[in-house]
Design a protein around this ligand. Structure first.
Ligand code: CUA
Length: 350
């Protein structure tokens, strides 16, 4: 009782796990507590038997003799084999059920459609079916050292943060442009690798509103520790309003400059750069308010200079700034979006 109580207190009083924010995380938590309960029971039993034996059977001070030879105890051996076997089997079954449930998608497409999707666009994320919310597909593009999230159902709109509607099953389709990265949101409990040349998948059904960190959990180079983003779980209405606006902007609606400003902000450019027309005041990268001057220094026409800086940022690095800091993920933006950004930036720097 004493050892069981102490172990249970350590298990229950220390907040070991983050508050789950998805159905999958709740199931994983269940497995965790199922295994922990079994472990506490076994620990309490073993610790109690050891302590009891230490006291009861210890050698007396003047006793140098060996203990009597013992053959063993067949009955005891059968039980201590059978009970652990049953426990381990039950853990396997519970884990297998949770794994299967966590990979389940609502109205999954037919096998042939899924196969066609896999073979027609090797290594490329794509929409599974017509209903944009069943499941919502989000392409996750990982690259040293940034995440980019793309929404195929909304004109391939992109975002530097992952926005998700609550109580909606989403399928992440992960790809990497260079080395192996791994997607992890502690509150969602699951992890999935992004592997170059492969399309990996992860199913998440968020069920708690909030903003949670997205962390790269595979050592991927010097910037691994800063390969972070955020995911925001919001109401369906709020998500749809955002996604539709972003989709329209990605498709060129709503006025070119407003659309480009949305692109600029949603792709996270404002996090690193200063650019007055967008109200951005990031300090990590060069100020974008004097691009004409910078283009002259680089000896390139303005539009060409801006385009190259977006899609191939290391080809020319502004003096005083280190190479390799700006992610190359933006080369995967659709051409129209890059065009819009080039126009927007060129227009603001005159
Ligand atoms: Cu990407 Cu670590």
């Amino acid at each position: 009782m004493l050892f069981g109580g102490a172990a249970a207190a350590v298990a229950l009083l220390v907040p070991w796990l983050p508050d789950p924010a998805s159905e999958q995380a709740h199931r994983i938590d269940f497995v965790f507590w199922f295994v922990t309960t079994i472990c506490i029971a076994i620990f309490a039993l073993v610790a109690a038997v050891i302590v009891y034996s230490l006291i009861k059977f210890r050698a007396r001070a003047d006793d140098d003799s060996d203990g009597p030879p013992t053959h063993g105890h067949t009955g005891l051996e059968i039980w201590w084999t059978a009970i652990p076997a049953a426990l381990v089997t039950s853990i396997s079954i519970v884990s297998a059920v949770v794994l299967a449930k966590n990979e389940q998608l609502p109205n999954a497409p037919s096998v042939s459609a899924a196969r066609a999707a896999q073979t027609s666009t090797q290594g490329l994320c794509r929409l599974r079916n017509e209903d944009p919310l069943k499941p919502l597909v989000v392409c996750v593009i990982a690259q040293q050292f940034a995440w980019l999230f793309q929404y195929p159902a909304y004109n391939n709109a992109t975002s530097a943060t992952l926005r998700l509607p609550i109580d909606t099953t989403v399928q992440l389709q992960l790809q990497s442009k260079d080395v192996i990265h791994s997607f992890w949101v502690p509150e969602f409990s699951q992890k999935q690798d992004a592997v170059p040349g492969l399309l990996t998948k992860l199913v998440i059904t968020p069920n708690r509103l909030g903003t949670f960190p997205v962390i790269c959990t595979e050592l991927c180079g010097l910037g691994h520790a800063v390969m972070r983003s955020q995911t925001t779980v919001e109401s369906k209405d709020k998500f749809l309003a955002w996604a539709n606006a972003r989709g329209k902007a990605a498709g060129g609606g709503g006025g070119p400059s407003a659309a480009a400003k949305t692109l600029f902000v949603d792709n996270g450019c404002d996090g690193c750069h200063t650019f007055k027309p967008a109200g951005a005041n990031g300090k990590v990268g060069p100020d974008l308010d004097n691009l004409s001057e910078a283009a002259q220094k680089a000896g390139q026409p303005l539009d060409e200079f801006i385009r190259q800086s977006i899609v191939d940022p290391n080809a020319y690095v502004a003096p005083g700034y280190p190479k390799g800091v700006m992610p190359e993920t933006f080369s995967s933006l659709p051409v129209e979006q890059i065009d819009a950004l080039v126009q927007y930036l060129a227009g603001g720097s005159q």
